[in-house]
Ligand binder design. Structure first.
Ligand code: GLY
Length: 433
């Protein structure tokens, strides 16, 4: 089979590496992809010259290379309805249709859906008018609030406000997200630990496919601004079997049935951004795809052939397929340009040293994100440059391996930043036992 993955980052690299393991898959094209992906397997070919949302070019690729299946992996591509468009041409496409993906690209609709089907969520109100939003905050008791852009904002559309004054500023700041921030939500803060749980869905049924903990802020100790994700651990011991059952009963079952009732059957990967609060598991948000960096720590542990799973989903026969994972622990550390997520334009084009060496160490994989080839070198082409993943029998071993491997990598002019405390919650839990 020949697969086309639409997307560019570490998630798509992890997906390409997963498809490459299948004897049934002969070739994987990734558009746009990034140059570092081709290091993983001779089956992988990238097209960085194609723009992500250029549907006509994607269609030309499908025809030229006689592609059997398109995996639409990235949020904004799903929001543009690429799965619907490909289906109209009779091209098999894996991922939710636009109406189902709305659970991610329209947080206002998503919250009203969750309310209607009684999923556990915090109290919230949505606004398209700044003045009304300001007076709403004025009449609320002083408390932590989250101001969220309703549309897609590269994972940065949420502002935490510790008090009224910060909430006023956050409401005003929604304009930085342009159309995505035109409608925004004001949600009461929840306290607890966050988790990212994934389920593969065929519209009517689902299978849980891993749970990880992301580290969203740029600096150690969970400090600094939010990013697309600075590192990740899977599996996480935050959730036990009883909590998994509770999540199925109170969140995933009503989600899958509610989407069916709304005539938006969800086919693909649902990503529950959850919070384990004092009230039990709550929904922070849903995403309609694998997470980055979560995919990097979950997919390498998959023992079932991914193409078999994808086909079972597309035939609505998911339950006939066992989805098996190994029992290793994996930790992912994001290597970023100094200045990310704010200002890092001066770092673009700088040489990255040691990537290939690190990626060939035992138990290590490196997934490229903001990377491109320049002559014989790889250079920086984005804020999150790569995700280094280490596996081990336990968190301590995986972590030691990850940071030893990281020490081989640098960016010209000492311009590489990464957190050195990824996995701290998992380690702290272990120490308590
Ligand atoms: N882990 C954050 C995201 O994929 O949106």
């Amino acid at each position: 089979m020949k697969i086309l993955i639409i997307g560019a980052g570490g998630r798509e690299h992890a997906l390409a590496a997963t498809y490459a393991k299948s004897n049934r898959v002969k070739k994987i094209f990734v558009a746009p992809g990034n140059d570092f992906m081709e290091e993983t397997s001779s089956k992988i070919q990238v097209f960085p010259q194609i723009s992500l949302l250029d549907f006509d070019s994607m269609l030309s690729l499908v025809k030229k290379y006689d592609i059997d299946l398109v995996d639409v992996a990235q949020d904004n591509v799903l929001a543009e309805g690429f799965v619907d468009k490909l289906s109209k041409y009779g091209i098999p496409a894996f991922g939710p249709k636009k109406a189902a993906a709305e659970i991610e690209w329209n947080k206002d609709w998503a919250r009203s859906f969750m309310k209607k089907y009684d999923l556990p969520i915090p109290r919230y109100k949505s606004f398209s008018n700044k003045t009304r939003a300001l007076s709403h905050v004025k009449q609320l008791p002083e408390q932590t609030l989250f101001i969220k852009a309703s549309g897609l904002a590269l994972g940065k559309g949420v502002i935490k406000a510790e008090n009224r004054k910060e909430a006023y500023a956050a409401i005003v700041a929604m304009k930085q997200f342009h159309t995505a921030g035109k409608t925004f939500l004001i949600e009461e803060g929840m306290t607890g630990e966050e988790f990212s749980l994934f389920a593969i869905c065929d519209g009517k049924r689902y299978v849980i496919a891993g749970c990880a903990q992301d580290h969203k802020t740029v600096y150690n100790g969970d400090l600094g601004p939010n990013t697309g994700g600075m590192g990740c651990v899977a599996p996480t011991t935050l959730l036990n079997q009883q909590l998994f059952s509770q999540i199925k009963r109170t969140i995933l079952n009503p989600f899958i049935h509610g989407m069916l009732l709304e005539d938006r059957p969800f086919t693909g990967i649902i990503y529950l951004g959850g919070m384990l609060s004092k009230k039990g598991p709550q929904v922070v948000e849903f995403n309609a795809r694998w997470g980055e960096p979560e995919a990097n720590v979950i997919l390498p542990g998959l023992q079932t052939d991914y193409i078999d799973i994808v086909e079972a989903v597309m035939m609505q026969e998911l339950m006939t397929k066992a989805v098996r994972f190994d029992n290793k622990v994996r930790i992912s550390v994001a290597g970023c340009a100094i200045g990310y997520p704010t200002e890092y334009s001066k770092i673009k084009g700088k040489k990255i040293v040691g990537l290939t060496v690190a990626s060939r160490l035992p138990g290590i994989s490196v997934f490229g994100a903001g990377i491109k080839r320049k002559g014989k070198d790889y250079v920086v082409n984005g804020g999150r440059i790569f995700h280094l993943v280490a596996e081990g029998d336990n968190i301590a071993k995986a972590r030691e391996r990850a940071y030893t491997a990281m020490s081989h990598i640098s960016v010209e002019g000492n311009n590489l930043h990464y957190r050195t405390d990824i996995g701290w919650r998992e380690l702290a839990r272990k120490a308590k036992k």
